[in-house]
Design a protein around this ligand. Structure first.
Ligand code: SAM
Length: 167
C-alpha cells in the first residue's frame, strides 16, 4: 500500500488537470512563513516542491517518497533547483541528517478528509496502526522544537468522471 509505481506514468496528467490546485496548496504553506527549511513527506513527482521553490527560492526543501518511479519524475522536474534534495525513503524508517522548521504531507502518506457534516477523519497510505505511529514518531524526530507538521485537508473520494488535459 502506498506504492505509486503503476500510477507514475499518468500521475502528472491527472493531477495537473485540476485534481489538486498546487498554487492553492502553496498559498496555505506560505502562510506559515518564516521557515528556512521544509520537508515534504510523500512528495511524489515534485509538483508541490516545484511550486514552493519558485515562490520561496531561498528556502531549502527536502522531499521523501517511497516510490522510486515517482521520484525519478521529480528528479527530472526539479533538476534546475539546487535548493531541493530528494530521498527515496519510507516515512516509517525516515532518516535524514537535519531537522526542519516545517514538515508537511499533502496527499502523501497522511491527510484529513472533511465529508459534509461528519467529523474530519485522518486517512493514511499506511494500513496498520503501528507503522503509522512509527512514521509520525520519525517525522517528529525531524521537526525542530517549535516547528510544525502540516497535513493537507481534502474532500471525500467519490466516483466521478472528469476530462483530462491533452498532452
Ligand atoms: C497522492 S501522491 C502525493 C504526491 C504529492 N504530495 C502531490 O501532492 O502531488 C502520494 C505519494 O505518497 C507516497 N507515499 C505513500 N506512502 C508513503 C510512505 N510510507 N513513505 C513515503 N512516501 C509514501 C507515494 O509513493 C506517492 O508518491
Amino acid at each position: 500500500m502506498g506504492d505509486y509505481t503503476n500510477m507514475s506514468g499518468y500521475y502528472d496528467l491527472i493531477m495537473t488537470s485540476g485534481y489538486y490546485d498546487y498554487d492553492k496548496i502553496v498559498d496555505s504553506l506560505v502562510q506559515h512563513l518564516p521557515f528556512s527549511n521544509v520537508l515534504e513527506i510523500g512528495c511524489g513527482t515534485g509538483l508541490i516542491l516545484e511550486t514552493l521553490a519558485k515562490r520561496q527560492p531561498s528556502v531549502a526543501l527536502t522531499g521523501v517518497d517511497l516510490t522510486q518511479a515517482m521520484l525519478s519524475i521529480a528528479q527530472q522536474r526539479l533538476q534546475t533547483f539546487p535548493q531541493i534534495t530528494l530521498q527515496n525513503q519510507n516515512v516509517t524508517e525516515l532518516h535524514l541528517d537535519q531537522s526542519y522548521d516545517l514538515a508537511f504531507s499533502y496527499g502523501g502518506v497522511w491527510y484529513f478528509v472533511i465529508d459534509g457534516d461528519k467529523e474530519p477523519f485522518l486517512v493514511s497510505h499506511i494500513a496498520q496502526e503501528e507503522p503509522n505511529r512509527q512514521g509520525l514518531s520519525k517525522v517528529a524526530q525531524h521537526v525542530k522544537t517549535g516547528g510544525q507538521l502540516l497535513l493537507g485537508v481534502q474532500g471525500p473520494h467519490h466516483d466521478y468522471a472528469s476530462p483530462i488535459r491533452m498532452a
